[in-house]
Design a protein around this ligand. Structure first.
Ligand code: C2E
Ligand code: MG
Ligand code: MG
Length: 765
């Protein structure tokens, strides 16, 4: 057959022509209805195949015109179209006289058989549909279809336009990110800016970039844009609990190194947490791998607020973008390695002087009123290791020292062959620092180092400078620490502060500390006891244990001189426990000698109360009987700290049968509400109030109201520091229950208490 084909799209013409010619037909072609009619005037053909939408004259019109011409009106006519295939289109095709209406793409033989069938029916005399019989309704129908087609075409164009605009945006994103890559020298910055560009220039709804170690989940999100931080924090939370190897698009991209696209979040079964994504305005998203050396090291995730956004073209461009970011990342990581080498000591990987100075400057800026100390640690006779065991052994030793120092200060630095620098921040006094140095020497240098088969012992010297006194910039502090270290090398002490007076106070404190440690070992502490007397008969009804230290060099040391040191060093735990035990022992020996039963009070430090097992310690020491005789004295201000926890603890102690007295009452600003709630048995009025009672009427009124209050709460009242008969008389008048003070007795050794008890005479004697 010889056929005319009409289509405005050249590619369509070529395709159809090739197919028809392949079947052995002859083909002539036209770009629209006008050209087709012109050809038909010249050439004879056996049938026509026409597209519908064509410029100048479309397929409908072409068919109508053809049917009106006597010479060609009989030709078999097929409308072949991809877009026009609604029932309205078919109906119109029929009305204008087309023999068949075939939707593209269709097999060519269907077109041929439609043409043949039409020719056949002409031969059997079936009338050609008369298009002209009722022109008006056809035209109306035709116009309607055209208007609709135009609207559709308009929409399609708009869509294409929008697509083009978006593609242009992606190009703009690519160019902005490429210029960013040239500029930026920090990964965090690169990622953050890239996300911002994707949102700002690219008009994407969200973007985030994350890195995954070893290419496995969980991914750490490092930069994001397009939604509140909370959205990404929540996402990170979910990614962190993500099990490697689990299903899901992210894991797929990490594993395969290929992009994953979810073009319709709402209907994509592979997408999890749909609701969160949809609520946040994402309707589609794509995940692109960041690849270095063929390995997936991260993810670029881009979200769109349109369904079906990520088509082939878009995906190709964005994959290119991800590759650019990967390339920059690789480059920056290599550069990072270089800058790492310029700021670190390669042997120990510790910060070098340059980085240490930066860190110190930061510490100096951040410290509040705390001290910042630079401690320069020098290994004693390190050179000998190098000389006798060799350089290799020396390096090995330095690495081991570095490991131990890093435990003390994670940012410990190495300046010189055997010189390390620690930065100690937040200590309050040179004494605390000196204690740190002792700890460092102990934890880092007491154990030997294993070098090959040898065990090597090392010692250290420390030179320290302290800001603000010794300087407030990094270089000055380093310099002064170095000068202190030079002195330390030849000094008796292993630690030397740059400022001489710091050495004095620190050394004194350290000396006391080491003497106290020895005192514990050698049991140099003693308890003295001060009697408490009843006002009614001035007989001893109890004693308070008061600790002293029998210093072999300095006589009897009062508690206020050493208890604070014991508390600072934590030694108070052991000493306090000893005091409890010793007091109970003394009490037992008094009663077994025939003395009348009395109560014994022991003072308790706040640090003891902070021990979780304090109640258990007490329970272990007391028996039912001695529990009734034991009283714990706790300073008012101490009880009032963390009062709710204290209440619970004191209740447990009370449950053992042990009494509890509030010591130094009046000095701690207790709230009455709490005093009423505390599980206590007595109040000890502080010495200052007792002294003030006889000095002014106000002082008298104050003591009288404390006593009235205590009695109202059913507490026993003990007056401390009673020194005169006048005070004793007034207190008796105010119905105070018991008194303690030099008037009756000073604190005395246990043996003397035994005598007093056995004589059972009123005090003072
Ligand atoms: P504290 O519990 O208020 O003990 C009363 C202090 O006042 C004792 O001082 C005592 O000697 C002194 N004192 C007694 N009567 C008079 C007086 O009439 N006039 C004057 N001026 N002073 C008087 P000491 O023995 O020096 O104890 C001081 C503080 O040390 C005690 O105050 C107590 O808080 C603490 N302390 C004593 N022994 C221990 C103990 O074993 N453990 C704990 N954690 N602290 C203890
Ligand atoms: Mg006391
Ligand atoms: Mg007291």
């Amino acid at each position: 057959m010889k056929l005319l084909i009409a289509d405005d799209v050249d590619l369509n013409l070529k395709l159809l022509r090739a197919q028809l010619e392949g079947l052995g037909h002859e083909v002539v072609q036209a770009a629209d209805g006008v050209e087709a009619l012109a050809i038909l005037e010249r050439e004879r053909v056996d049938g026509v195949v026409s597209d519908i939408l064509m410029p100048r004259m479309d397929g409908y019109r072409f068919c109508m015109e053809l049917r009106q011409r006597p010479d060609i009106g009989h030709l078999p006519f097929v409308l072949y179209t991809s877009t026009y295939n609604s029932p309205g289109d078919r109906k119109l095709a029929e009305s204008v006289g087309a023999d068949a209406f075939i939707a593209k793409p269709a097999p060519t033989d269907r077109i041929i058989s439609a043409l043949l069938a039409a020719a056949e029916s002409r031969l059997t005399g079936s009338p050609v549909v008369s298009a002209i019989s009722e022109p008006a309704p056809i035209m109306k129908q035709y116009n309607e279809v055209l208007v609709r087609k135009l609207e559709e075409k308009g929409l399609e164009l708009a869509r294409t336009h929008e697509g083009l605009v978006q593609i242009n945006r992606v190009y703009a994103v690519l160019s902005e990110i490429n210029s960013l890559i040239v500029r930026v020298d920090d990964c965090g910055e690169l990622f953050q800016q890239a996300c911002r560009i994707l949102i700002g220039t690219g008009h994407f709804s969200k973007a985030w970039i994350g890195l995954a170690e070893e290419g496995i989940a969980p991914v750490r999100i490092l930069a994001w844009a397009g939604a509140p931080d909370a959205f990404f924090e929540d996402l990170q939370q979910r990614l962190s609990t993500h099990v490697p190897g689990s299903p899901g698009l992210l894991a797929k991209t990490l594993r395969s190194g290929q992009p994953s696209i979810a073009n319709d979040i709402a209907n994509d079964p592979a997408v999890r947490e749909k609701a969160k994504l949809l609520d946040s305005g994402s309707l589609s998203f794509a995940l692109f791998p960041l690849l270095i050396g063929g390995k997936t090291v991260g993810i670029l995730s881009i979200h769109s607020s349109r369904v079906g956004f990520f088509d082939d073209e878009e995906t190709r461009l964005l994959l290119g973008l991800a590759n650019d970011i990967s390339f920059a990342l690789d480059h920056l990581l290599k550069a990072d390695r270089i800058s790492y080498l310029t700021s670190h000591d390669p042997l120990t990987t510790m910060p070098n002087r340059v980085l240490a100075a930066e860190l110190l400057t930061q510490h100096l800026a951040d410290r509040d009123d705390k001290l910042v100390c630079v401690a320069m640690v020098d290994l004693v006779r390190f050179r000998r290791i190098n000389e006798t065991l060799g350089r290799h052994a020396g390096d090995d030793l330095l690495q081991q020292v570095a490991e131990r120092l890093r435990v003390v200060d994670p940012l410990a630095a190495r300046f010189d062959a055997d010189q390390f620098v620690l930065q100690l921040v937040g200590r309050r006094s040179p004494v605390e620092l000196a204690r740190d140095f002792e700890r460092i020497a102990h934890s880092c240098f007491d154990r030997p180092f294993a070098i090959g088969h040898d065990e090597v012992r090392m010692g250290c010297r420390i030179g320290a400078s302290v800001s603000p006194d010794d300087g407030d910039d990094a270089e000055t502090l380093f310099r002064n620490a170095e000068s202190a270290l030079r002195r330390a090398r030849t000094a008796v002490e292993a630690f030397v502060f740059y400022a001489p007076d710091m050495n004095a106070s620190a050394n004194e404190a350290l000396a006391i500390e080491s003497k106290l440690r020895r005192a514990i070992e050698r049991q140099e502490f003693v308890l003295h006891y001060q009697p408490k007397v009843r006002f009614s008969d001035r007989r001893i009804c109890g004693v308070e244990a008061l600790i002293r230290w029998q210093d072999p060099d300095g006589g009897l040391v009062p508690p206020m001189r050493f208890i604070p040191v014991l508390e600072e060093t934590g030694l108070i735990g052991a000493v306090g426990r000893w005091a409890l035990m010793k007091a109970l022992q003394d009490l037992a020996s008094w009663t077994s000698s025939g003395a009348e039963a009395i109560r014994v009070a022991v003072n308790v430090s706040p640090l003891q109360l902070n021990q979780a097992n304090f109640t258990a310690q007490v329970a272990e020491l007391v028996t039912g009987e001695s529990a009734d005789a034991l009283e714990l004295e706790i300073t008012e201000s101490v009880i009032m700290q963390e009062v709710d926890r204290k209440i619970t603890m004191l209740r447990e102690i009370r449950a053992l049968g042990v009494s509890i007295a509030v010591d130094d009452f009046g000095t701690g600003y207790s709230s009455l509400a709490y005093i009423a709630k505390l599980p206590i048995t007595s109040l000890k009025i502080d010495r200052a109030f007792v002294a003030g009672m006889t000095a002014s009427p106000e002082g008298y009124v104050l003591v009288s109201s404390i006593i009235a209050l205590a009695h109202a709460l059913k507490l026993k009242v003990v007056a401390e520091g009673v020194e005169t008969e006048e005070q004793a008389n007034l207190l008796k008048l105010l119905s105070c229950d018991e008194a303690q003070g030099y008037l009756f007795s000073r604190p005395v050794p246990a043996a003397q208490i035994q005598e007093l008890l056995l004589s059972a005479a009123p005090l003072p004697r």
